[in-house]
Design a protein. Sequence first.
Length: 180
Amino acid sequence: MTFVGEKIGQPPEARIAPPASIPNFTAPTPDPMKDLNVTKTTELLNAIMEFELAGVVRYTHYSLMVIGPHRLPIVQFFQAQAQESLTHAQQVGEILTGLEGHPSLKIAPLEESYRHSVKDILKESLVHESRALELYKNLLDTVKDASIYLEEFTRSMISQEEMHGLELRKMLRDYSSTEP
């Protein structure tokens, strides 16, 4: 048998046996997320996933309801938002199952205003993005200092949601400049 640290002339008692040679030895596996509140984190991830999936439906609906001379770029914008919401839901679901959580089959409640002017749709989108931002900030509060990976993931999602809010505000600025 080969021993770790064995040197010529070293007495047998000074030798250290490798872990594999010790019967029933299991190497300790450090838990990098030992301080993580897994229950609260998985609940928040499920709420975010449901909200992002509702965003897929919302933005797909909006893309179908846009009419007028500027329809095509706005439709493309909402289609891209729907696809991005789906991607976010999938990313969150992967993290959720990695934490041994069970992804919900539900989507967050959707409110229908039955107002489909571009201005109204953009305002509703801004409200939706603000709610998403709030959910991600709640997640950040939960994972902060417990998991660098989850913290960085959440920060990147917050960054994206903030960027969406800025984009929507810029798009709404065109409409607010024509109001009395």
